[in-house]
Design a protein around this ligand. Structure first.
Ligand SMILES: Cc1ncc(COP(=O)(O)O)c(C=O)c1O
Length: 394
């Protein structure tokens, strides 16, 4: 196995599909025009930009004019939240989100709190599903926006987006509903009408498209401020010369993942469940997230008595790339806010380990993880001073 990388971190980013690379190629060199220029080269770029917008709107089942291209998923999330909050503050200053959102949403909400907005962070069940009764109680006449993610990046839980949308509109028809669908875009239905969303974010980097490009769907009639100020691009709603190759890459990748999602999901679910079953055979290991309402490629377990980070380093030596819930890499020793929100104690939350599968993974990859991980766990537990009694955990 030496020399071979088993990449199991597709929730962090995916490799770019060769078909996507091919589609992007001419727009780096030959067809380098600026879509805002009036001459031939510019018009050429403007036409392909329009085509990419139609590709994305075709998948979302919306109007091309309802699509804003942005610089990342983070930027789209920020525009959705800060852009609607600032534009609608005369109606109310209350926003609702969940405790398990990506930091792109959570930190945008925290920024708004610093500007005098009130934010409710909804709790989730032990399996990571937003508590709908809490949502219902929280919506008031003052609520201008609810932002709940479609699928979670750490534990893969898929939220009942349609039910959430119905509840929001029933309680306050004027409240906007945004969903961060970055992790869901490769596996879930994105038809905005049937989902009932007013705003939706996706990005290129999780769907075998390029990094550094995002999309924000904004339903016609939604009042939103521009977030990046400058030129009049994107109908005056997002300034800055469009990343033409990136946008073409994202649009191509989105069409491909959506076309292939049923077949690929079936294949990945088999591999995912094989990995979960094998991991749960180890002592003092449990699954995080919902066993059924879960992304086809997500496995997240807690392995008691040891730290996720140490397991990652040992797995890396074996050529396996995975991820842990803890944020040690960002200089903090805090465990993941998502795992903590599931109600796990601090020392337990430290032992979470995430494997996110993708196109290149095979049964052999899964079996190799299951072959090497028990030895790593045994070795680390021997060195660990921690002994958690699983019967004491609720
Ligand atoms: C759920 C979710 N939202 C937002 C983002 C941010 O996207 P980007 O890295 O394109 O800014 C990510 C990526 O990690 C994500 O998983």
């Amino acid at each position: 196995m030496a020399g071979r990388l088993i990449y199991l971190d597709h929730a962090a980013t995916t490799p770019v599909d060769p078909r996507v690379v091919e589609a992007m190629k001419p727009y780096w060199s030959d067809k380098f025009g600026n879509p805002s220029s009036v001459y031939q080269k510019g018009r050429e770029a403007s036409v392909v930009l329009g085509r990419a917008r139609e590709q994305v709107s075709g998948v979302f089942g919306c109007l091309p004019a309802e699509i804003i291209f942005a610089g990342s998923g983070t930027e789209s999330d920020n525009q959705a939240i800060i852009g609607t909050a600032l534009a609608n503050q005369s109606r109310g200053k209350h926003i609702i989100t969940s405790a398990i959102e990506h930091h792109a949403v959570l930190h945008a909400c925290e920024f708004l709190e610093s500007q005098g907005f009130e934010v409710t962070y909804l709790p989730v069940t032990k399996a990571g599903i937003v508590k709908l009764e809490e949502l219902e109680k929280s919506i008031s006449q003052d609520t201008i926006l609810v932002s709940i993610m479609y699928a979670n990046n750490e534990i893969g839980t898929i939220q009942p987006v349609k039910e959430i949308a119905e509840l929001v509109k029933k309680k306050n028809p004027k409240t906007y509903f945004h969903t961060d669908a970055c992790q869901a875009a490769g596996y879930c239905d994105l038809a905005v009408d049937s989902l009932g969303v007013d705003l939706m974010t996706i990005n290129g980097s999780k769907i075998y498209g390029p990094k550094g490009v995002g999309v924000l769907f904004v339903k016609k009639g939604v009042i939103i401020n521009s977030f990046v100020h400058g030129g009049g691009q994107e109908n005056g709603r997002r300034a800055g010369t469009e990343n033409v190759p990136g946008i073409i890459g994202l649009a191509t990748a989105l069409e491909l993942v959506q076309k292939e999602k049923e077949k690929e999901s079936k294949r990945l679910i088999k591999l995912r469940d094989r990995l979960i079953e094998g991991l749960l055979k180890m002592d003092k290991v449990f699954l995080n997230g919902d066993p059924a309402r879960r992304l086809p490629n997500n496995v997240n377990v807690t392995i008691l008595d040891i730290e996720g980070e140490s397991m990652l380093l040992h797995l890396d030596k074996e050529g396996i790339a995975a991820s842990s819930g803890s944020a040690c890499t960002s200089g903090s020793l805090d465990p993941s806010h998502v795992i903590l929100a599931l109600g796990q104690p601090y020392e337990v939350a430290h032992g979470s380990l995430r494997f996110t599968l993708g196109r290149a993974n095979t049964e052999e990859d899964i079996d190799f993880v299951l072959k090497v991980l028990p030895g790593i766990v045994r070795e680390l537990r021997q060195m660990s001073p921690v002994r958690i009694d699983p019967s004491k955990l609720k």
